[in-house]
Design a binder for this molecule. Sequence first.
Ligand code: KG4
Ligand code: ZN
Length: 350
Amino acid sequence: MRPILGIESSCDETAAAVLDGDGRVLADSVASQEAAHAPYGGVVPEIAARAHLALLPDLVRGVMARAGLGFEALGGVAASAGPGLIGGLIVGSQVAKGIALAHGIPYVAVNHLEAHALTARLPGLIEGGAPFPYLLLLVSGGHCQCVAVEGVGRHARLGGTVDDAAGEAFDKVAKLLGLGWPGGPALETLAARGDPARHDFPRPMLGRSGCDFSFSGLKTAVAQTVARLGEGALPASVAADIAASFQRAVAEVLADRAAHAMAMMRARSQEARLLVVAGGVAANGAVRAALRQAAEGAGFTLLAPPVRLCTDNAVMVAWTGIEHLRLGLADGLDFAPRPRWPLEGGEMPR
Ligand code: KG4
Ligand code: ZN
């Protein structure tokens, strides 16, 4: 297969990547819009859409130049078409469709969640690529779910959050501690200096059957503690203890939910042996350690891809394009981006 261009624009990362037909990365570029959204404490959809429009053309030209390719050398172009913020999805989809139309090459409308799921099969992460079926735990700012990945376009959602996503909980607690946005990395740094046993925060859903998540009660408990100890004027050591205790609670909950999900996965398929973690929260050391332990306890192996492949990127989008095109699955240029596009049940809607 000829090289594939991938485009990601579903949230606040603008990204483009070129992979050769075997999935080797020829060029990869991510432009974060963090600074543009930080003053608002979260992603502002209209700002994101305009930023994608401003950034994407040069980003695409840049990866093509670094890959040493002209557009005529491409075998296809893939773009995230959902779920996500509609403005950004339209920008990325239209750029991809324009290139496909102008050069007569196939276009693939990629489900962003499937792209996270299929990252585990990129060459170089596991000898021969992760074999189906495997369990995906996706923990990002916008998503928190357990997915049985059984094939290309074949997924079953085993459970997910009933309120906040895990990354959202990190961001909200970081905000309470005055750490800015997005707060996950800063919270982890602060937690390293704190005592994780100092506060006994609730562990929502711990031990509950199934693998749903809930974080709003934990966030509320942290807010109450912050208010009690003096909001805004917390001494650094007090804030560090809160951060460490919160982080431990999240790690324990994620490990417990993942353990339940692994049992559910095993019940679906005896060969399932792999727990893949993706999303920004997968960058967290305490979370990774807890998940590794849970995986070992269940007879699974944890695969935590490098952080740049866990967070939003275009390598995973291009790779999903390759997986689809290998099966002859391309999409029409009339494919409408889908702000909501769940990975539920057997076949993905196409
Ligand atoms: O996957 P991602 O880059 O973007 C999407 O949400 O799609 O995930 C970003 C989320 C944010 O909520 C951020 O605070 C969280 O991942 N995050 C972390 C860490 N790094 C990023 N949370 C905890 N610890 C970290 N080291
Ligand atoms: Zn994502």
